[in-house]
Ligand binder design. Structure first.
Ligand code: ZN
Length: 237
């Protein structure tokens, strides 16, 4: 057996732990991104609703402008009963004609907006609402999935932590110095234990090793470190 096989076993477990820890860190971020996206979809619906409401308000004000003018016309017509001179009557008729044109213009604007703008804005609200409805289910499902996965990851990590303790113990029992060296390297580079390939190159940093390093690895009696990066070298037997 390779003299550093227990270290390789330990490194396998550490590799799995690193991956799961990364996943556990990523999950809250992925959740936050999904929620932010949903907030954006909700905001789009709010905007569409506000645009529709603003248009309805505008139409209402055109309509009430028309009604006000029509009321004025009615008053003027009532007052005509009291008009004594022809000239005054002529003026009143002209004024009423002008006001009726204004009322009609306001009514036409209200009608045009109702026919042209309202259907477009209503469709926009409906589309945005549909998007909110479909995304809401999607996000809720996705978030639930992520929560479930996070629980799974945590459980796996708990098991692996126990497994790791046992493996570290095994290394320590056969050679405490190996474990110390490995633990120190682990904080700086990953992976720590790498193969020395058949060209005598470290698989970690890809530097060619001097012949004596290759010979030591070949002997397989002690821990041999890469002269460049310090990784522990071994050869697949
Ligand atoms: Zn190296």
């Amino acid at each position: 057996m390779n003299v550093i096989q227990p270290l390789i076993d330990l490194q396998d477990t550490d590799g799995q732990i690193r991956e799961l820890e990364r996943e556990a860190r990523d999950i809250p971020q992925r959740k936050a991104q999904e929620i932010a996206r949903l907030n954006g979809v909700n905001a789009a619906l709010e905007i569409a609703k506000n645009q529709l409401a603003a248009m309805q308000q505008r139409i209402k004000s055109e309509e009430s402008e028309g009604e006000e003018i029509r009321a004025k016309v009615r008053d003027l017509k009532t007052n005509q009963l009291n008009i004594k001179s022809n000239k005054e009557m002529q003026q009143s008729i002209m004024q009423i004609e002008g006001l009726e044109r204004d009322a009609e213009a306001a009514e036409n604007r209200a009608l045009a907006l109702t026919e042209d703008e309202i259907p477009v804005l209503e469709r926009r609200v409906a589309d945005a609402q549909a998007k909110v409805d479909s995304d809401k289910g999607g996000v809720d499902g996705y978030v639930a999935e992520l929560d479930a996965r996070l629980a799974e990851v945590k459980a796996e990590l708990e098991n692996l932590t126990k497994e790791r303790a046992a493996k570290a113990d095994a290394v320590s029992k056969s050679n405490p110095r190996f474990l110390l060296y490995y633990e120190r390297q682990r904080t700086k580079r990953w992976p720590v234990v790498v193969t020395l390939n058949h060209d005598g190159v470290c698989d970690g940093c890809h530097m060619k090793q001097p012949p004596f390093v290759e010979q030591l690895v070949q002997h397989n009696k002690d821990l041999v470190a890469c002269t460049m990066c310090g990784r522990i070298l071994y050869r697949d037997l």
